[in-house]
Design a protein around this ligand. Structure first.
Ligand SMILES: [Fe+2]
Length: 356
């Protein structure tokens, strides 16, 4: 009995021979035809393989604002569903491992420390241990940055967070593959109580410009990640920042504009999906995972300059049902964004230029 694979091979090889013989051609010519046909098949297969490889430079997951609180007593404001943290985190680990990404990036606010929640220190510490155990179950390399809720509400210290998770002092650059670097910015190095959306300082700016020079020298694209927004979603008064924007956002935007290796900026914090094209790069804001729409982004960057994002929603029946019963849930579209803010293919000129 022949296997399916053997059968396919014989069928392919026999095509020109049987066709030639039934056409009355000389058997030697039939054999030459067979060699020509086999060669054509091999060249096609190799071309197909090279094409496939060329279109997948990197594929990774970006998630943010997972806001875990061990045994949370309440959900707090929409779209968060803090009381469903265990169900949501279990689903998160399964769904992300099922995608098998090259790496995973977290945009900050792993926890519920800092302002608003007034978490006791011992509960904050337990929550860190629980989050660490979920993260340890990811199969792919994991990178992250702190958010404003990753400090102890009682002391405003990030010390326990930085002991549990690799945290940039100011800005760290990771070579995540031979063709991609990520700049991780920690914008909470100052007074987080006063500046809840963090600060972009001289030090951040100098380090990012240096990272850009290094990346340009070897033609490697750079992705910048920080927790808070850069682009406001409304008019901004002189001397103020937009809602949820890092202090110094306008300066940061100018720096990113100047730095031609930075192809995409990723943020979280506002719990909204939004994608904006600025000049020849993208700013990608992502909604929270702990609440509606309960999801994360799968990102692909191809070496011919294409950015693709797919928003994956977790299967969390209890959290979804409970969210639907909230009085303050509001419009779903506000949180999940319009369809093109969730799933979209976009050509990034900077990415194409760097890799061509
Ligand atoms: Fe935040």
């Amino acid at each position: 009995m022949r296997s399916v694979g053997q059968g396919k091979g014989v069928v392919f090889a026999e095509v020109p021979i049987s066709f030639g013989l039934t056409s009355g051609l000389n058997p030697i010519i039939c054999v030459r035809l067979w060699f020509l046909y086999s060669g054509f098949l091999c060249v096609s297969a190799v071309k197909g393989f090279i094409f496939f490889k060329a279109n997948h430079m990197n594929r990774f997951v970006f998630l943010t604002d997972t806001h875990y609180w061990t045994n949370a007593p309440a959900d707090f404001s929409a779209p968060k569903m803090l009381t469903c943290g265990a169900e949501i985190h279990e689903a998160m680990v399964s769904a992300i491992n099922a995608i098998d990404p090259d790496f995973i990036f977290h945009g900050g606010d792993f926890l519920c420390g800092g302002s608003s929640f007034d978490l006791p220190t011992e509960v904050f510490e337990q929550s860190i241990r629980d989050v660490r155990s979920y993260v340890d179950r990811f199969a792919a390399p994991f990178y992250g940055i702190p958010g404003n809720h990753d400090c102890d509400a009682q002391t405003w210290s990030f010390e326990s967070f930085t002991e549990a998770f690799d945290t940039p002092e100011v800005l760290a650059v990771d070579q995540v593959s031979d063709k991609l670097r990520i700049a991780r910015a920690n914008v909470f190095i100052g007074d987080t109580k006063q500046w809840g959306a963090g600060e972009w300082t001289d030090q951040h700016d100098e380090l990012l410009r240096e990272a850009n020079r290094d990346a340009m020298a070897v033609s490697v694209p750079l992705l910048l990640c920080l927790h808070s927004w850069i682009l406001p979603d409304g008019p901004v008064k002189e001397g103020e920042e937009g809602r949820g924007c890092v202090r110094g956002a306008a300066r940061l935007l100018q720096t990113v504009t100047d730095c031609a290796s930075i192809c995409v900026v990723f943020t979280g914090h506002r719990h909204l999906n939004r994608i904006t094209t600025i000049r020849d790069f993208l700013i990608v804001d992502t909604s929270c995972l702990i609440g509606y729409p309960f999801g994360f982004r799968e990102i692909s960057l191809s070496d011919d300059g294409w950015f693709s994002t797919t928003f994956h929603r977790l299967t969390v029946p209890q959290a979804s049902e409970a969210y639907g019963q909230r009085d303050d849930a509001g419009e779903d579209a506000h949180w999940e964004g319009q369809p093109h803010h969730q799933n979209r293919d976009i050509l990034i000129p900077r990415l194409r230029n760097l890799l061509s």
